[in-house]
Design a protein around this ligand. Structure first.
Ligand SMILES: Nc1ncnc2c1ncn2[C@@H]1O[C@H](COP(=O)(O)OP(=O)(O)OP(=O)(O)O)[C@@H](O)[C@H]1O
Length: 250
């Protein structure tokens, strides 16, 4: 479980995060949602340690990451897998070399052990016989799968995904969302996904934190998100015609 307590961050005198607290449970797909510019990515960066919050704490299974010493920070970082927007694969490395990279960096496994693990992860994300393909030779959906395989290859306990289905068609996006959810449950990972895609929200939102102008104004799940009285949330959820039509029909 990851717990955040009263996270605050100001840039150039402008408060971006205004005291955000919450709990992201293990084995669940936790979503941080909200409109553009509301602070989702800054919060994610505070959680993974890419930005230091001005105030507040982030706990990884009870371990204080914010005030951790160097050794504890390294220990926790080794347990984190990240799926970046657009996949962020190394263009000059093939699929296998991309996925093996964290093992080369972080472990002293033998080459054979590493390849076994890489092949297991590639198979788990539905990719076989593509080890030697270059990123330029595979589709956007396949790149995301490679990104997921790389994010979990080191037996990550925590998985962070920033807009995991950006740039994908709606069908492929749902497949990728569901793959993230399945892997989260199967390997009992604490997963946090940042998204503003309502399809993802309705498909995989085990826990949803809604941010508005740097505040958490609602939390819940995909079953009760359409039933709230919070105006800012409703404006976000029912921004598109499809969701408004569904609301009328229910
Ligand atoms: N390093 C930084 N320095 C100054 N301002 C920043 C920095 N990073 C983010 N911001 C500002 O913080 C605000 C929130 O940005 P953030 O990227 O978290 O939004 P978001 O909710 O993730 O939006 P989107 O959905 O468009 O990605 C924006 O106004 C942005 O300009």
């Amino acid at each position: 479980m990851i717990e955040i307590q009263d996270i605050k961050k100001t840039f150039d005198g402008k408060p971006i995060l205004k005291g955000i607290s919450g709990k992201f449970e293990k084995g669940r797909t936790n979503l941080i949602i909200g409109a553009s510019g509301t602070g989702k990515s800054v919060l994610l960066k505070c959680i993974v340690g890419l930005i230091k919050p001005d105030e507040g704490h982030v706990y990884y299974d009870g371990r204080d990451f914010t005030d951790a010493d160097r050794n504890l920070k390294i220990e926790i970082r080794r347990e984190i897998g990240m799926l970046f927007q657009g996949g962020a694969l190394f263009d000059s490395k093939n699929v296998e070399q991309n996925v093996i990279f964290p093992l080369d960096m972080l472990t002293d496994m033998s080459k054979e052990e590493k390849l076994d693990r890489v092949n297991f992860c590639l198979k788990r994300v539905g990719l076989e016989n593509v080890n030697k393909k270059m990123p330029s030779e595979i589709s956007g959906g396949m790149k995301k799968r490679v990104g997921i395989a790389r994010a979990i290859v080191n037996n990550s306990k925590y998985l962070f995904c920033d807009e995991p289905n950006s740039g994908l068609d709606p069908q492929t996006a749902i497949v990728i969302d569901n793959l993230i959810k399945e892997i989260t449950e199967e390997f009992d990972i604490t997963t946090i996904v940042v998204t503003h895609d309502m399809n993802s929200v309705m498909e995989i939102g085990d826990y949803i934190m809604f941010l508005y102008e740097g505040h958490k104004v609602w939390e819940g799940n995909d079953s009760n998100i359409t039933e709230s009285n919070v105006k800012e949330l409703n404006d976000f959820v029912f921004a598109n015609k499809l969701m408004r039509t569904i609301r009328k029909e229910v």
